[in-house]
Design a binder for this molecule. Sequence first.
Ligand code: NAD
Ligand code: LMR
Length: 338
Amino acid sequence: NPRNLQMEESSGLQQVNCRAKGGSAGFRVAILGAAGGIGQPLAMLMKMNPLVSVLHLYDVVNSPGVTADISHMDTGAVVRGFLGQNQLENALTGMDLVIIPAGVPRKPGMTRDDLFNINAGIVKTLCEGVAKCCPKAIVNLISNPVNSTVPIAAEVFKKSGTFDPKRLLGVTMLDVVRANTFVAEVLGIDPREVDVPVVGGHAGVTILPLLSQVKPPCSFTPEETDYLTVRIQNGGTEVVEAKAGAGSATLSMAYAAVKFADACLRGLRGDAGVVQCAFVASQVTELPFFASKVRLGRTGIAEIYPLGPLNAYERIGLDKAKKELASSIEKGVSFIKK
Ligand code: NAD
Ligand code: LMR
């Protein structure tokens, strides 16, 4: 039906524009790495989000198929696909929010830092595109190692004169999602009622759940505290080992990414009291980046909250987290500076 559906051929890639009702209001969102394990379910869930009016799906492989597939969903967002480096600029132009899950995932036996050599270059290239084509967009960075890729992104933006610390957020939402789930299991309550702040970073001991600040207020035995802290810190490795070489968390990550992206969009819309944890440029500690609770507003991060009172267990955890974080941050910064 030509009144509702416009098909275009552009650089060999079929673009599908659904001019459905509701497609005009809302935000423009790009997913970079949209054909991947995270990218595909993330694209599907973002197509279902009523705050999204335009959804750009970019990848270096397979984005035409994913785009054609997702575009048949009868929701409001207009979906467009972009394939390969020479379509990156078109994918990014005009975007309000850019979500980046591009890059290789871990296999058993690897740390997130083992992904640095490949993913650092991918993140650099994609962020150069953001700096050029949508410097005012909010960036949600998922690619690992997040503790280094966020500093890489910041350096790329600084180099191009576009860095706004309020708009760059490393996605640590999956740590919170896992913490809520595991704490709810121990307490025997519904995970939707639980809120666990998880601070620090997104790798091993840098993932620091603040179990003394769980809502609803509760207490844990030393054994429960140990069990929960270790399980939350190793949640990613638990999935990597269960997948046995087929990748890392994708479905729970897509869920977490959408929860976080939705919070960013609600902030942009002007909703009050939107608070999530994220890895951001921060003065909460002496480190230049740190994950903690942030309030999201019309221009990105409106407020970064202090850590609040920590117990002795958490203070020891914080010291360990800061040591590892300092070197991961430095590694990211010097990748661009050198
Ligand atoms: P995947 O291999 O399934 O998908 C990655 C996608 O990125 C692929 O489609 C690939 O073609 C694409 N890609 C590669 N180079 C690209 C480039 N230059 N431009 C655009 N796209 C490119 O991997 P996945 O399971 O989706 O994981 C992606 C990343 O997310 C990994 O680095 C993984 O470690 C990370 N991750 C982070 C979290 C988190 O909590 N932050 C959670 C899970 C996974
Ligand atoms: C996760 O926490 O699941 C991701 O960071 C992927 C990984 O490598 O563990």
